[in-house]
Design a protein around this ligand. Structure first.
Ligand code: FES
Ligand code: MG
Length: 569
């Protein structure tokens, strides 16, 4: 086969000389690199992002694998999307990373790529970019971190933090306790050890066929992670030799497999946006209503925080994703191809152990249905998401009076005000917190329970926003209201005291205000003045699509088969 990189390296002209001299600069002989496929390693390692810190060692192991299989590895660094330090949200930069991956693959002499991922948005961004470049690609992740311990109890990333925060705000735990939790909260490199977005997305990458089976949950500090990395480097060379492209792996059937796994693991709500964005790059049809349909027909099997009680290291030793997929076997498309060079069905044939305390058997699921519900109604004509498995049963059919926060700052100022007229029956509304409104759709949706309710023992009330929430969070929280307030969605017109009705069984979210009154309010509504006058955030706000279209940029999502097939000259 003719390698793409040959266009750079084989010519006898001055461009060929110059290109080969780049490789000689790395200290390589022509014999070492001549005629071999170039495997790029896209590394999201950064000291700004503790979740991805292990990827330096992972990259070295990938290189070993590439060289052993007869390729030449060339590592490049990308921006690093660290959920914990980036403001207002790493989500603002997901599309930027996707563009960086796509354009780097296109501009350089690259035949295939190993994508090194970790923290939340990295995984979808890399898959979006690789899908658009459509060069052979395989993903390897940093792996989840070891759990710290406080007072004899393991600390679940995020999930325990939110819980102890409420205890701290109400004086149940002391300053000294809070300090001790801080000292034990993050005890190793790696991604969140609960079913946050990072693990949801790496498990779904594996289910899609883009990561080697069984590798998504290997802990960050486990040496099997380096073995997986070496194997992935080897596989990258084979993918180039066999010309296996992301578009052949990430088919509609592969997305259906990912949806099954997503529901069974009780995955993060953020995956709805990310999967739609990835599918959109390949013109694979995938809508929010697909998610609802798969949720209704897939049981939740995984006993993992925040839906269940265990942590990712337990899932890993219980058999991990392949064991879970084995349990779901009859619901999967077993003929889907994976980057391992086998079909899903072939890789499930070797499963010999499943721990039923962690991966529940089909006859005894954690929940009979999947992770979420997609709601519609006048408040969210294009859909809103609720993670049903972490929402209070009694609030899933509820009608209450709205308390409206104009934006995140307004919410922070007033949420603990003793005069806030909030009761356990209220519905908290946060608006102007969406993709265009902020911009960047931060994880502000799990509005804290007002202190005065916490002191009454209330731990959950209905909350609605055009924002997202962390996959490690729980509660009766309606998210991704589409269209968002900043583009004129009905959320913009809600007033204090309006009745809002939530009916999860019926999949409805409704604002009970007469149409003529809404018309009056609509006539007076003015869109918020954009905050950003220039730069990337302005580009983002001008081009980002709503959550039901994956929050990709309008110009990155191909609108026709011709646009999909277009390769820049
Ligand atoms: Fe990076 Fe959770 S904050 S994985
Ligand atoms: Mg997260």
């Amino acid at each position: 086969m003719t390698l793409r990189s040959a266009e750079w390296f084989e010519g006898r002209d001055e461009l060929g000389l110059q290109s080969r001299s780049v490789l000689r600069t790395l200290g390589w002989t022509q014999e070492f690199f001549d005629g071999k496929p170039v495997i790029a390693i896209a590394n999201s390692w950064s000291e700004l992002n503790n979740c991805n810190l292990g990827l330096k060692a992972v990259a070295e192991a990938v290189k070993r694998g590439v060289i052993a299989a007869g390729g030449i590895p060339l590592e490049f660094n990308t921006i690093s999307l660290g959920e914990e330090l980036m403001k207002p949200s790493a989500m603002l930069y997901r599309n930027l990373l996707a563009m960086e991956i796509e354009e780097t693959l296109r501009a350089y002499p690259i035949d295939g790529v190993v994508l090194l991922t970790g923290c939340d948005k990295t995984t979808p961004a890399q898959l979006m970019g690789a899908a658009s470049a459509n060069l052979p690609a395989i993903q390897v992740c940093a792996g989840p971190k070891r759990a710290g311990c406080w007072k004899g109890r393991e600390l679940g990333s995020g999930t325990d933090l939110w819980r102890y925060l409420d205890d701290y705000r109400t004086g149940v735990i002391s300053d000294q306790d809070w300090q001790e939790i801080e000292e034990n909260y993050s005890c190793s490199i790696g991604t969140c050890n609960t079913m946050g977005t990072a693990s949801t997305m790496t498990i779904l990458s594996e289910a899609l066929g883009m990561m080697l089976p069984g590798t998504a949950t290997i802990p960050a500090t486990d040496t099997r992670r380096l073995v997986a990395a070496e194997l992935s480097g080897r596989r990258a060379v084979q993918l180039v030799r066999k010309d296996v492209k992301p578009s052949q792996v990430m088919t509609r059937q592969a997305f259906e497999n990912a949806l099954r796994v997503y529901m069974a693991i009780g995955g993060s709500t953020n995956a709805v946006i990310h999967l739609i964005a990835i599918a959109g790059r390949l013109r694979v049809p995938l809508t929010v209503d697909d998610f609802d349909a798969f949720a209704r027909t897939t049981p939740t099997l995984l006993n993992l925080q925040p839906t269940g009680t265990r942590l990712l290291s337990d899932f890993d030793t219980a058999g991990s994703t392949p064991a879970l997929m084995h349990e779901l076997r009859d619901l999967l498309h077993l003929n889907c191809l994976t980057v391992a060079g086998k079909t899903i069905g072939e890789s499930l044939n070797t499963i010999s152990y499943i721990d039923p305390a962690v991966i529940r058997p089909r006859r005894d699921p954690l929940y009979p249905s999947g992770a979420l519900a997609v709601l519609h109604g006048n408040l969210a004509p294009n859909g809103a998401i609720l993670r049903t498995t972490t929402a209070s049963e009694k609030l899933q059919k509820h009608c209450g009076a709205a308390i409206v926060f104009e934006d995140y700052g307004d919410m922070l100022v007033r949420i603990d005000d003793p005069d806030l007229p909030v009761t356990a029956d209220s519905v908290l509304v946060l608006r102007n917190a969406g993709a265009v409104g902020v911009p960047g759709l931060p994880e502000w949706g799990s509005i804290p329970i007002p202190k005065k309710l916490l002191l009454q023992g209330v731990r959950d009330i209905v909350r609605i926003s055009d924002s997202r929430m962390s996959g490690t969070s729980s509660g009766t929280v309606v998210l991704h209201v589409s269209p968002e307030a900043a583009v004129g969605g009905l959320l913009a017109l809600v007033k204090d005291g309006d009745l809002i009705e939530l009916d999860v069984e019926e999949r409805r979210i409704s604002l009970l205000v007469p149409e003529d009154e809404l018309d009056r309010r609509r006539a007076q509504w003015r869109p918020p003045v954009p905050v950003h006058l220039r730069g990337y955030p302005r580009l983002y706000a001008e081009h980002v699509l709503q959550p039901d279209e994956g929050c990709d940029f309008d110009f990155l999502r191909p609108r026709s088969d011709e646009e999909l097939a277009f390769v820049p000259p």
